[in-house]
Design a binder for this molecule. Structure first.
Ligand code: BGC
Length: 493
């Protein structure tokens, strides 16, 4: 019921989702800027960057994020310092990263800045969705949590737009695009200082009066707040009796180990299907096609943002598996089309003939360029309404409560590892095998489709009943051995 939802909760959730916006900004801004002559002359003494250098500048961000989202690090920050403090600290670190990047005058400093920003975004990606889910009333948890993924797409779009506005040739354009990221970060920092702490974290730290008071502020009925507080206290008391969860516990049970393997595969394929090749290097690809790369990149960002909405609205109706399956098939078709059209029409047509001038024969026919662009948009729309949001939601709901926090840490780390691989290898692959790169992605989209076909549907299944649908599939009837209690962590859309 809408009356369950207080404006303060909506405001707090949207404010925290700015953490996703920062994630999107960092994904989106770097690709176009690497091609800016002003950027190259500032950080590489006027020499064009090689594809491996571009790959490293892009990818070092994901390495920072991978480290920060490592289960032990993220759970230390979230449980000891608290969710709100971690978001504030993450934002401060992000601002340091912004300053380092925006004032860079060499390769080493831009790498350091990207790494620091990555650490911040990794920490935020492990904290914001959890904070959102803990301040939201149960009936609104999914919808409010989903605003995180949507914010990521808005961030990517905003970054493409800002890059397009600044001057590519002077020493200031690219610096301005990076300084602009400080604005949402400062809003997030100041806003979070005034936002409520997570009631669940307060209860975990034994600050019961504050926990109850916060719940009274966040919930529309005083009795509802009291009931929720009693539930949280029961879970906290139970968790105090049991030993602290460790990573080895995740691996010691057949069932959870295999389930964690499935979750990690889902997140790895979400990255290896190649979406971020377009998000990071869209401008390079559109340039190859002889198109106005800035405008087409912007359209790609727009398609991503708009197509995320149906995914979020359909996930509880059409089901996770159906969305993943349809999205996997469409992404594969789009990649195959893109690879074939690109290979046929962008390779110099006279390459095998004597006296061929490859540059002169490379012009891509307009219809072919539009055909490839349409397949790219088809790919992006299919990812945005399927594998993009659904992979996060699926992983957040399949694990037993007790192991959920650690297992989700593992799947988030895997996601950043895949992100790193795509960021680092795409420019090198594209230089070496050009549009055949999309055949590699098509193969991974094929694996996405096969996995989606195998995965059980989780729509409408209670969290406690997941074991009944997975145990048989995983040939592991041995369930989680320890009592079910833990704090859900990671994306909970
Ligand atoms: C992925 C990101 C990707 C974004 C695009 C997210 O679900 O994890 O890697 O850049 O979607 O919208």
């Amino acid at each position: 019921m809408m009356s369950d939802l207080r404006p303060s909760v909506i405001g707090t959730s949207l404010l925290a989702s700015l953490g996703g916006f920062l994630f999107g900004l960092d994904i989106g801004y770097i690709g176009p800027i690497e091609g800016f002559p002003g950027f190259q002359s500032s950080i590489n003494r006027g020499q064009p960057l090689t594809s491996a250098e571009c790959g490293l500048i892009t990818a070092i961000f994901s390495l920072g994020a991978l480290i920060a989202s490592f289960p032990h690090i993220s759970s230390f920050c979230n449980d000891t310092m608290g969710r709100r403090a971690t978001i504030c600290l993450g934002t401060l670190v992000f601002l340091v990263g912004v300053a380092l990047q925006a004032t860079a005058s060499g390769f080493a400093q831009i790498l350091a800045g990207r790494f620091v920003a990555g650490v911040a975004v990794g920490a935020l990606s492990a904290t914001v969705p959890m904070y959102q889910s803990e301040v939201a009333p149960q009936a609104w948890r999914g919808t409010l949590g989903a605003t995180y993924q949507w914010s990521v797409t808005w961030g990517i779009l905003a970054a493409f737009l800002i890059d397009r506005q600044v001057n590519a040739y002077d020493d200031w354009g690219w610096r301005l695009a990076i300084w602009a990221q400080a604005v949402p970060a400062i809003i997030l920092l100041l806003g979070m200082l005034a936002a409520p702490r997570s009631p669940r974290w307060l209860a975990l730290r034994g600050r019961n009066d504050e926990a109850l008071q916060t719940l009274r502020q966040l919930r529309s009925s005083a009795t509802g707040a009291l009931e929720e507080f009693a539930e949280i206290r029961a879970i906290v008391e139970e968790s105090e009796k049991a030993e602290k969860i460790t990573l080895s516990e995740v691996f010691s049970s057949h069932y959870v180990r295999r389930l964690a393997g499935v979750g990690m595969l889902v997140m790895l394929l979400q990255q290896l299907c190649g979406m971020n090749a377009f998000m990071y290097y869209g401008t390079v690809i559109f340039e190859e096609l002889g198109l106005d790369s800035g405008s087409f990149n912007l359209c790609a960002g727009l398609v991503n943002c708009i197509a995320t909405l149906p995914g979020l609205l359909l996930i509880d109706r059409f089901g996770r598996r159906n969305l993943l399956l349809t999205s996997g098939i469409l992404m594969m078709i789009a990649c195959v089309l893109c690879g074939f059209l690109g290979t046929i029409f962008t390779e110099p047509w006279c390459a095998t003939l004597e006296g061929c001038d490859p540059a002169a024969s490379r012009a891509v026919p307009v219809m072919a360029a539009y055909g490839i662009t349409l397949s790219i948009f088809l790919f992006i729309a299919s990812f945005a309404s399927g594998w993009g949001p659904v992979a996060w939601v699926y992983c957040a709901e399949i694990f037993p409560l007790r192991q959920r926090s650690m297992a989700l840490g593992l799947t988030t780390c895997t996601c950043w590892f895949g992100n790193y691989l795509i960021a680092q290898l795409t420019p090198v692959l594209f230089e070496e095998i050009r549009f055949k790169t999309f055949h590699v992605f098509a193969a991974f989209c094929g694996l996405c489709t096969l996995l989606a076909y195998w995965l059980p549907e989780t729509k409408g299944v209670a969290l406690e009943d997941m074991q009944t649908i997975f145990a048989k599939k995983l040939c592991a009837t041995e369930g989680p051995t320890a009592p079910l209690h833990s704090t859900a962590k990671g994306y909970t859309g």
